[in-house]
Design a protein around this ligand. Structure first.
Ligand SMILES: Nc1ncnc2c1ncn2[C@@H]1O[C@H](COP(=O)(O)OP(=O)(O)OP(=O)(O)O)[C@@H](O)[C@H]1O
Ligand SMILES: [Mg+2]
Length: 179
């Protein structure tokens, strides 16, 4: 498999617990950076990249290989913001920067409650946030200096996150950003 095309824009990963505020940020980032926003859950649903349905947690189990085959040519071109609530199965070489969106538990609880998640799904997601599971997963999967934590609670947090991403050293180096 080939690397990022030489003159391509970088690829960014936005990860974090469900409901933490990834899509909210990605939508704004994609518009401001003029990158493509690839929401993996949405892509998996649209193309049926689903192995089975987990009844207990009431969620689809992703067929990771199919999703990666779909993403590979897009990643090679660069200029993508990839969103997913996990990050350890993507090839490390895909991303030049990784951002983990986190959210205070109370706010996250309210957001997930609003989605009518069942008790099991709700508590496992809240635990995921309390234990910093995705942040740890990101730090274990990518070089420490490309992993950044962002807060996804308020509009002001999102504005701050947009600045942080735009100021990210690698993105500046590739001069793909006109701030
Ligand atoms: N920074 C923010 N300020 C205010 N509201 C926000 C912010 N981020 C997210 N929200 C709100 O919280 C809810 C969940 O956000 P969002 O859909 O972005 O989460 P997500 O991390 O993309 O979830 P999923 O993993 O299911 O895709 C939405 O109603 C969204 O409008
Ligand atoms: Mg989302």
């Amino acid at each position: 498999m080939s690397e990022l095309d030489a003159d391509a824009k970088p690829n960014i990963l936005i990860t974090g617990t469900p409901g933490a505020g990834k899509s909210y940020l990605c939508e704004r980032l994609a518009e401001q950076l003029n990158f493509d926003w690839l929401d993996c859950s949405k892509i998996a649903k649209e193309h049926d990249y689903v192995e089975e349905h987990d009844e207990e947690y009431d969620c689809p189990i992703l067929d990771e290989d199919k999703l990666m085959d779909h993403l590979e040519p897009l990643m090679q071109k660069g200029g993508n913001i990839v969103e997913y609530h996990g990050c350890d199965f993507f090839p490390e070489r895909w991303f030049q920067a990784v951002f983990v969106v986190t959210c205070p538990n109370k706010t996250l609880y309210d957001r997930l409650k609003e989605r009518n998640y069942n008790e099991k799904k709700l508590s496992s997601n809240i635990e995921c946030e309390i234990f910093g599971t995705i942040l740890e997963e990101a730090r274990e999967s990518y070089k420490a200096d490309i992993v950044h934590e962002l807060c996804g609670e308020t509009a002001a947090d999102a504005a701050k996150s947009l600045k942080t991403v735009k100021q990210c050293e690698y993105l500046q180096q590739t001069s793909c950003i006109s701030v």
